[in-house]
Design a binder for this molecule. Sequence first.
Ligand code: PEP
Ligand code: MG
Length: 878
Amino acid sequence: MAKHVYDFTEGNRNLKDLLGGKGANLAEMTNLGLPVPPGFTITSEACRHYLAAGAVPDGLDQEVAGHLDALEKKMGRKLGQADDPLLVSVRSGAKFSMPGMMETVLNIGLNDESVHGLAKQAGGNERFAWDSYRRLIQMFGKTVLDIDGDLFERALDELKGRRQDTDLDAGELQGLVKTYKGIVREQTGKDFPADPLEQMRLAVMAVFDSWNAPRAILYRRQERIPADLGTAVNIMAMVFGNYGDDSGTGVAFTRDPGSGRQGIYGDYLQNAQGEDVVAGIRNTIPLEELERIDKHSYDELLGIMQTLETHYKDLCDIEFTIERGKLWMLQTRVGKRTAGAAFRIATQLVDQGLITLDDAVTRVTGDQLAQLMFPRFDAGAEKKKIAKGMNASPGAAVGKAVFSSERAVELTEQGEDVILVRRETNPDDLSGMIAAKGILTSRGGKTSHAAVVARGMGKTCVCGAEELEVNTRDGSFTAPDGVVVSEGDVISIDGTTGEVFLGEVPVVPSAVVEYFEGAEPGDELVKAVDRIMRHADAARRLGVRANADTPDDAARARRFGAQGIGLCRTEHMFLGERRQLVEDLVLASTDEERQAALDALEPLQKADFVRIFQSMEGDPVTIRLIDPPLHEFLPDIVDLSVKVATSPDVTEKDRKLLAAVKRLHEQNPMLGLRGVRLGLVIPGLFAMQVRAIAQAAKEVPGARPEIMIPLVAAVQELESVREEAAKILAEVGVEALIGTMIEVPRAALTAGQIAEAAEFFSFGTNDLTQMAWGFSRDDVESSFFHRYLDLGIFGVSPFETLDREGVGRLIKIAVEEGRAVRPDLRLGICGEHGGDPDSVHFCHEVGLDYVSCSPFRIPVARLEAGRAALSDTDSDTR
Ligand code: PEP
Ligand code: MG
């Protein structure tokens, strides 16, 4: 029978798949000899079984009972024992961290009897015991029994009045427990469960269920976390930060996750339990102040943080509790950080001798690099600063202030940019945070919910701007000098400095983009990027080319490090004023008329190619012959029909054009007359393009044209086009590779034949995905993908990240069969996936020669290609 429960002494950090991040790292800390309260982890496999079958796996209850028994022996107390109770926490913990998205229940084991035992245990501290009990009912009621949490909050607020929760005495808390139990009875029709084992069992199932809570689903989708992982559950002996002022709880980072700066960094809250810190119930104090309050624990904490950083060789974040002067570690993990901090920390760790430069490249991601390429505020612009908060997540965001997540979503759907302003955020704000350009809160530190989630998403966030009085009910906030900002007023927030400005502040390109454009690396961040990029470039095996069809794009791509153009689409060259010539081509009724239209197009095409060859200065340029169906270049059928039917000045040409548009109309144009089929059906069309390429190449010294035929499905299609193209090249006296796109499944499956007639393959994974799945690439993402994502049919759209199992298999077949026939067959990819991190790793793994992507993704592709080469066994790009 499968093992579903692991004691903390049994696991280790490498078992994240099974024990979740929290469980694996608790085990690692236990094995390091750090002070971790004893406990055990129920595996995510058990959760998956529960979610699929609707019941826990056979034998789980007995296994849990065995581990609980061992825990009780270790602690010398029994769960919920009336005179001296053991209490436990039940916490979620998935493979990837999902801050605040799933459930936690603390103080399990308390009831009307054991609350007295707990008070006795605490040296007669009645207040503490009743506070713990009310917390249990509140958390359990909300998360396990699904009762509206506001009911409990309101009862607490009424009791507190203007006081802090720490001001409530034992008698008042006892009264609150009574009120809470009344709420439970009223809302569920049943009494709060007094049996400790029953409490624990229900809490475990609630944690399992929370994997599928709407906010968890939304978060996973946003963070591209697969839907089928499930969560592990950690059951741990409780330690108490709410004993009194000699106790407390905190979160800390081994260095600043915002800037990467070295040094201790965190928040501490005296006389409190863990959830109080994140919820922002009371304002935390900076961790440094703990030195004054409890020097012994502070020194021990610093030592442990040092141990963890050296052990994990990375920034770690931790949660800890101090119980009457004794320090306990409740969690650690390699901490989330901003994109800038990731680059800085990676190079700092190299300088400290903790990791190599190879490691440093694998420590940063293409997504982080992409974030650093976002614009920032123009330093020279006039700005009206109205407040300053904490720089929780960098970037520059401008938008209309909104005060609820619902409004954020609504206005965003109407095409507006918004900044979500809240006193503090909670997990229910996730949809608004996703919709908003930036997040501004008046409360909470850099470890608050808003800060942690925004950083994880790469979204600009300023938090804890305490000077702002936020009034969510009226939808406004007041800044110190009396400025009132109401819903709809535009504000600008700077997540790098924490500043808040009234009105729209102009933005300028990022320093990292300027560096890629050729500026010398100036500040520490750009130097770190430069160092890592150089190393990635030296390590990578994959070439990186650009998808570019204009000289400007081509030139930028080159500055960004492109080693050629992998896809120059020629269709934009048929738009604008040239539509007229396409119309002439379509309307031609004789060979002479058609040739005249092509002759008119040829010099224009040639001039385009000359400019592109010039801007690529001798690097290869893959030019794809025209691909889209011709009707795309003609007037809209409805507009034209209306004109012909109603306009007084309709011409004979309009009528002919309408007839042609009707003739060319297709039910499924994506599967119709396009690509190589056009070249075979319209005589002279491809020949004109090839001649224009050849003549342009002849005119530009060093030009390296490559001619690419789109949408080939059978070698016979390619052969006849190839023969004609080769003849023209010979006539003009120019050499060029002739190859094909592999974007139709049949082409992949017959790649061995096709390679006989092609010197290169370029995988057009946009169409290949469309045709492999039978998904219309123009429609399905907005129509039903959200349902597919919810159902976990895939974790991320296959149009974004290459579907390794299906589309990837087609590519593998084509690579193997193509190279078997032609060992020097050159292989690339030019679909959108060429700039997607995970897909770049796939391309490396299957042995392609290059990836081609849009100019702005080129640095990302370079970095990911380097990472792929340096971590051949690790395809997890998160
Ligand atoms: C493709 O299909 O992947 C491709 C690059 O071509 P297009 O997107 O132009 O169809
Ligand atoms: Mg295509």
